[in-house]
Design a protein around this ligand. Structure first.
Ligand code: FAD
Length: 307
C-alpha cells in the first residue's frame, strides 16, 4: 500500500482522492465565525481528517485545544491536533497529549516547531523538553496509540544542510513511530516527485501527502514562500501580475493554477492531498469539486432548498 502511495509517477489515477484540510485556531469572535463557516462547508465533503495548527512557541495552546475539542463534539470530522516541542517541558507536552487522548482525539501532527527567536535564529531545545521531533513522537506513542503525522520538505527545510539530511530526519521520524507525512507547500510537482524518489530510496514507507496551498493572496504567498524556501517561478508571478487589487480575477486565476497542479498530481497516482485552507472554504471547495468530490446527497438538497 505504502509503496504504491509513495511512487506517484506512472500509476493510474485514483477515482476520487482522499483529502484533508488544515485550519488555524481563531484569535477573536469574528475569526471564529469565519473558521466555523469554512469548517461546516468543507465537512460536507467528508475529508479523511482536518488538522488544527499550534501557534509558534505554543502561543495558541488553549485555542488549538478548544478548536479541536469543538470539532470532536460538534462535527462528524476526525481532527488532528498539531503539537510542537517549543517552550515546554516533557511533562507539559505529555499533559496536552493526554488531554487530547481523553477528549477522543486520535491523531497528532508532531513537529519540532520554529526557534523561539523566529525563523532564521538558532533552534535551542527547551532543557526539560523533547529535544527533537523523533523524541516527541516516541513520547506521544507512549501515551496512546495515536496516528502521528509529521512534516516533510520537498525543497528542504530552510535550516537543513541538504535534502539528504531532511530525508534522513524523515526516516528517523518514521522509525520513531510517525505513520504519515505532509509536505510543506510547493508549486512545482517535479520537486515533490524528486523527494518521493529519495524517500523511497531511503526506505521510507509511509504515505507522504502533498501540501497544497491555493493562492488566496499572491503577495502574501510569495512572501511566505521566501521564508519557507518554496520556489516561485517568473511564470507563476506573471500569472498573478496586476491582480493585487482585483480579488475576483485573482480567485479565478488561483483556482485554475491550483487545479492544474492538483490534476497533475492525481493523474500520476497521488491518492491523498492536504489543503492549507487559511480558514477559507471557497477555493478549496471548488478544487475538490473539480477532482470529483461531492457533498453527501442530503447536504446538496439542503443547500438547494436554502438558496
Ligand atoms: P523537523 O522536521 O524535525 O526538522 C526540520 C529541520 O530542522 C531539519 O531538516 C534540520 O535542518 C533541522 N534540525 C532538526 N533537528 C536537528 C538536529 N538535531 N540537528 C541539526 N538540525 C536539525 N509550525 C508551528 O509552529 N505550528 C504548526 O502547527 C505547524 N504545522 C506545520 C505543519 C506542516 C505540515 C509543516 C510542513 C510545517 C508546520 N509548521 C508548524 C512549521 C514547522 O514548525 C517549522 O518548519 C519548524 O522550523 C520545523 O519543525 P519540523 O517538525 O518540521 O522539524
Amino acid at each position: 500500500m505504502a509503496l504504491n502511495f509513495l511512487r506517484g509517477a506512472g500509476r493510474a489515477p485514483v477515482a476520487t482522492p482522499r483529502v484533508s484540510f488544515e485550519f488555524f485556531p481563531p484569535k477573536n469572535a469574528e475569526m471564529e465565525a469565519s473558521l466555523w463557516s469554512a469548517i461546516r462547508r468543507l465537512e460536507a465533503l467528508n475529508p479523511a481528517f482536518v488538522s488544527v495548527t499550534y501557534g509558534a512557541g505554543g502561543t495558541t495552546r488553549e485555542r488549538t485545544h478548544n478548536t479541536v475539542k469543538r470539532i470532536v463534539e460538534e462535527t462528524t470530522l476526525k481532527p488532528a491536533a498539531h503539537l510542537t516541542c517549543v517552550g515546554a517541558t516533557r511533562e507539559e507536552v505529555d499533559e496536552v497529549v493526554q488531554g487530547y487522548w481523553d477528549a477522543g482525539v486520535r491523531h497528532i501532527v508532531a513537529l519540532r516547531g520554529d526557534p523561539a527567536g523566529g525563523l532564521g535564529s538558532a533552534y535551542v531545545p527547551h532543557p526539560g523538553g523533547y529535544q527533537s521531533t523523533p523524541d516527541l513522537i516516541a513520547g506521544i506513542r507512549k501515551i496512546g496509540d495515536f496516528e502521528v503525522s509529521v512534516s516533510a520538505y520537498p525543497e528542504k527545510h530552510p535550516e537543513s544542510a541538504s535534502l539528504e539530511a531532511d530525508v534522513d530526519l524523515l526516516k528517523r521520524k518514521v522509525d520513531a513511530g510517525a505513520t504519515r507525512a505532509i509536505t510543506q507547500f510547493f508549486f512545482y510537482n517535479d520537486l515533490y516527485w524528486r523527494f518521493l524518489d529519495r524517500a523511497l530510496a531511503a526506505g521510507i514507507n509511509v504515505p507522504i501527502a502533498p501540501g497544497i496551498v491555493p493562492v488566496q493572496n499572491f503577495k502574501q504567498t510569495a512572501s511566505f514562500a521566501a521564508k519557507t524556501g518554496a520556489y516561485i517561478s517568473a511564470e507563476l508571478s506573471r500569472r498573478f501580475e496586476g491582480l493585487d487589487n482585483d480579488p475576483e480575477t485573482r480567485r479565478l486565476v488561483a483556482a485554475a493554477v491550483c487545479a492544474e497542479q492538483v490534476n497533475e498530481l492525481i493523474s500520476r497516482g497521488v491518492s491523498d492531498l492536504h489543503f492549507y485552507t487559511m480558514n477559507k472554504a471557497d477555493l478549496v471547495y471548488a478544487i475538490c469539486h473539480l477532482i470529483g468530490m461531492r457533498p453527501a446527497p442530503e447536504e446538496s438538497a439542503a443547500r438547494v432548498a436554502a438558496e
